[in-house]
Ligand binder design. Structure first.
Ligand code: ADP
Ligand code: MG
Length: 534
């Protein structure tokens, strides 16, 4: 077959395919246009999960009559005009593709009136062909009605999923924007039933309106600032349903980003609900990676990764002190941590599992593994937060032969592993060479620890567990139950553990110790005043 240029209608359909995948993508494009037009209120009305009708109404700037035909042309936009504008674009749109793409695969009616104009304009387009344009009475703002999506592209239509699935994509899209723009009022109706009616408010009240009191009360917030920008948002741990729901925003644009996702995953362990906002100079973000602008790239991917990872890790560390453990004892150690480690007097080991110690009129039974895990976990978090992990360089690199899936896991977690103190590189096709270890890991254990770590990363993914890398590492490197410790070793461990601000809980928030007051022992034994005092 000879090479020939495709006819314009086919060109348009192919281009539309990149931007408009399903009803939710239409909602996205129209809502973005409404936000770019400065709307204060945006209504989305759909029928049949958007297959029959998607109508987005805004009270924004509107379109001047002479611009209406242009709005349906490809590469026609009011938002940028020179190449350098793309680099610092602050609007959602700039490609001038949405309206023509939607019109190529549906029947569109646009009704619009700018501020100050007496009459508005009504334009129709169908299967990419612009139809009548009339003067018309209209409220200020713009309404775009999209009917019969994919009526002329049966292949696309076939790919649509059930009404339930399409509706859930659509509602997800709507709520994502509603989270990012609390100062805008939103409404969503489906088949004339109101689903959301959100009045303009602030971030907190918007979350309350969308997720309810119970979920909002459990949200933990975080906020961090670094050279690359600011990151803030909320997280809710969810170990009951084991579900993961991450919503990522860059300069309020809902996005996907591999590095943001990996940073969040590494710090949080995957499970839970996360709303993460990155605020960063638009010049250092590339949003022109994907036709629907879903994906972003950062000029400094690592800087952004580190900022997100350390901010979330700090939140996890801060909040782990609130949960579990033997809270009543916190006051005893809280005022000053300096020197408290000294007060434990090691007495011995029980069943090579518990350390027996005395301190300040109490007898302590301390789980040796849990206590050591706490010590190592604290060290790792501190190293990550400071950005300079204490590492131990190996004189000869430790070579690990791994399956390709395992090598991939190491690569996936490279940044976190390095933040913890590992240095490694690919060594031939099926191996890595470990060149440095976190200080917490004894050199003698380098190989077995790395193997168990990879194994654990695999299990974590397979079983959807929410263990973070620092938690795993602390656990793997800590002494185990069944290990014999000399008295000086016991004393050293107690001293280190006693310095922790959260000594009541291990890295996984399980209690570390049990204690008995000597007064109680006295009472139980009947060693009271007036008794046999020998
Ligand atoms: P882009 O958003 O990339 O500029 P679109 O095809 O989405 O391209 O829109 C083309 C142009 O039509 C926009 O640049 C804008 O000027 C105008 N427009 C589209 N929707 C609206 C709206 N809801 N309110 C005001 N102007 C709009
Ligand atoms: Mg647009």
């Amino acid at each position: 077959m000879k090479i020939h240029i495709l006819p314009p209608d086919l060109q348009q359909q192919i281009a539309a395919g990149e931007v408009i995948e399903r009803p939710a993508s239409v909602v996205k494009e129209l809502v973005e246009n409404a936000l770019d037009a400065g709307a204060q209120h945006i209504s989305v009305d759909v029928e049949h999960a958007g297959r029959q009708l998607i109508c987005v109404t805004d009270d924004g700037a509107g379109i001047a009559p002479e611009d209406v035909p242009l709005a349906f042309e490809r590469f026609a936009t009011s938002k940028i005009d020179a190449p350098r504008d793309i680099e610092a674009v602050r609007t959602f749109g700039f490609r001038g593709e949405a309206l023509p793409s939607i019109a190529a695969v549906s029947r569109v009616t646009l009704l619009t009136r700018p501020h100050g104009a007496i009459l508005g304009t009504c334009a129709r387009a169908e299967a990419g062909v612009l139809g009548r344009i009339d003067e018309s009475g209209a409220p200020v703002g713009t309404r775009v009605e999209v009917r019969d999506l994919f009526f002329n592209t049966p292949a696309r239509r076939k790919f649509l999923r059930s009404l339930r699935v399409e509706l859930s994509h659509l509602v997800g899209m709507f709520t994502t924007f509603a989270v990012a723009f609390p100062e805008v009022g939103w409404s969503l109706t489906c088949d004339a039933r109101p689903l959301f009616e959100l009045t303009a408010s602030n971030h907190h009240d918007r979350l309350l309106a969308l997720y309810g009191q119970e979920v909002t009360a459990e949200l933990e917030s975080f906020d961090g600032e670094g050279l690359s920008g600011r990151v803030w948002g909320s997280f809710r741990r969810d170990s009951t349903t084991g579900r993961r729901s991450y919503r990522l925003f860059v300069n309020r644009r809902p996005v996907r980003s591999a590095s943001l996702y990996r940073a969040a995953q590494a710090a949080l362990g995957g499970i839970g609900m996360l709303l993460l906002f990155v605020e960063i100079a638009p010049e250092v973000v590339d949003i022109n990676v994907h036709p629907a602008k879903r994906e972003v790239r950062f000029r400094d991917e690592e800087g952004v990764y580190d900022l997100v990872f350390s901010t979330l890790t700090r939140m996890m560390a801060r909040n782990s002190s609130r949960v579990g453990g033997v809270a009543e004892d916190e006051a005893l150690y809280a005022p000053s941590t300096a020197g408290v480690g000294e007060m434990f007097q090691a007495i011995g080991q029980i069943e090579q599992t518990f350390l027996l110690a005395s301190a300040q009129g109490h007898l302590y039974m301390v789980d040796q593994h849990a206590a050591h895990e706490r010590v190592l976990y604290d060290q790792l978090l501190e190293a990550i937060a400071r950005g300079i992990p204490p590492r131990r360089a190996l004189i000869a690199p430790q070579v690990l032969v791994l399956a390709s899936r395992e090598l991939q896991l190491m690569e996936d977690h490279r940044q976190t592993l390095e933040a913890c103190g590992f240095t490694f590189d690919q060594f031939g096709p099926g191996a890595v060479a470990i060149r440095a270890l976190p200080e917490a890991v004894p050199v003698s254990q380098a190989e077995s620890l790395c193997r168990r770590l990879v194994q654990r990363l695999r299990d974590n993914v397979a079983e959807q567990r929410s263990e973070t890398l620092p938690q795993m590492l602390a656990c793997l490197a800590a002494v185990k139950a069944g290990m014999v410790l000399s008295l000086p070793e016991q004393q050293q461990l107690l001293r280190d553990w006693g310095k922790s601000a959260q000594l009541h809980a291990c890295a996984h928030n399980r209690p570390v110790y049990f204690r008995l007051s000597l007064d109680e022992v006295r009472r139980k034994i009947g060693r009271t005043a007036g008794g046999c005092e020998q």
